[in-house]
Write a protein that binds this ligand. Structure first.
Ligand code: FA5
Length: 340
């Protein structure tokens, strides 16, 4: 019995899993196990011997059973700890953010500009993208064969129908249907035969028109300077004489270069200024064409939304807006809701 006990104790120390434990149990307590075989030898003993011998074998059997039970619990605990270790959650890892859709930077820029002009009292009007030659050119003082048409070549559906080249026809459409005074902006898509890193065949403009009595160039300067300061922050604004057939006098507006703060760099061709929009006092011919009396006058302006967005967000290629590269669009997702 002593040697069986010693053998058991040395073997149990090496047991590591349920299968080995099962085999060990069979070896000692199974039908042919060494302890079971001891019981079989008892038939050769007398009653007194049976009693003493039987007691000792039972003690050995109980001892082996207890140790096996302990070992069983020990293995169970080890398996559980291992699982906890491998399935544990690292609470120091950053959480997984939900993917939210983002407002497209062009839409966002339009919304921002609309907000500024709404706060100044302007309405928002819309015009069609498929436009008649009459509204896109004729009534804006750009007759057939006028050289200004060269700069605005576009897609023609027929001789009199085209994809509008600017949002200015909305000026005519609104004035033809509304009595003065009028005061609105009009965002939308426009089309030109034009393509390089700052020009696209489809782009967005925002038109602005204010018609009332006794409007001066200083009103135009005041409104546009205020708007540019709100949109771009505290920047210097410069008005430069220019030409548009539908305004007189006309001007182009520059802002201090956002990239170099006016010092001169590659972006502003070392001038320190960047052109951002066209504007002027509405030409008397346009006032006459829409049927307004000549006591009414006012100013108009037109800006390229892509240009505003490129300057505001530091984007140097206009195509980025239309390629729908998720890595680019995701840049705008963080504060997407803020504009709303
Ligand atoms: C006009 O389109 C005039 N209708 C603006 C205007 C309105 C003047 C009312 C006076 C009174 P212009 O062709 O310069 O003007 O275009 C205005 C702006 O549109 C430009 O400053 C530029 O930012 C943008 N733009 C012009 N062509 C493209 C193009 N192909 N791709 C992207 N933006 C363009």
């Amino acid at each position: 019995m002593e040697s069986i006990k010693k053998e058991f104790e040395s073997l149990i120390n090496n047991v590591e899993d349920y299968e080995q434990l099962k085999q060990l149990k069979a070896k000692f307590l199974g039908r042919n196990g060494s302890v079971t075989n001891l019981f079989k030898k008892m038939s050769a003993l007398n009653n007194q011997e049976k009693k003493e011998y039987g007691k000792k074998i039972n003690e050995l059997k109980n001892y082996i059973e207890d140790v096996i039970d302990e070992k069983y619990l020990d293995i169970k605990e080890k398996i559980r700890n291992k699982a906890l270790e491998s399935e544990s959650v690292d609470i120091t890892l950053p959480g997984r953010r939900k993917q939210f859709g983002a407002i497209h930077p062009i839409t966002k820029t339009i919304m921002e500009i609309e907000n500024i002009f709404s706060s100044l009292g302007f309405d928002v009007e819309y015009g069609p993208e498929i436009e008649q030659d009459m509204y896109n050119f004729e009534m804006l003082n750009i007759p057939k064969e006028h050289p200004a048409r060269d700069m605005q070549d576009t897609f023609y559906i027929d001789d009199n129908t085209l994809l509008r080249t600017h949002t200015s026809p909305t000026q005519v459409r609104v004035m033809k249907h509304k009595k003065p005074p009028v005061m609105f902006i009009s965002p939308g898509k426009v089309y030109r035969r034009d393509s390089d890193i700052t020009h696209s065949t489809m782009f967005h403009q925002i038109e602005g028109l204010l018609i009332d009595k006794n409007i001066h160039f200083s009103d135009l300067k005041g409104v546009l300077s205020e708007f540019l300061q709100i949109f771009f922050g505290d920047v210097a604004v410069r008005f430069r004489p220019s030409y548009f057939p539908f305004t007189e006098p006309s001007a182009e507006v520059d802002i201090e270069c956002i990239m170099c703060k006016g010092k001169g760099c590659r972006v502003c061709s070392h001038t320190g200024f960047l052109e951002v929009l066209g504007c002027g006092m509405v030409h008397p011919n346009v006032i006459k064409n829409v049927g307004y009396e000549d006591k009414w006058n006012g100013f108009a302006f037109g800006l390229g939304v892509e240009r505003f967005a490129m300057l505001k967000y530091g984007i140097d290629n206009i195509r980025m807006f239309f390629e729908n590269d998720m890595r680019f669009l995701d840049e705008f997702s963080y504060d997407a809701g803020r504009v709303l």
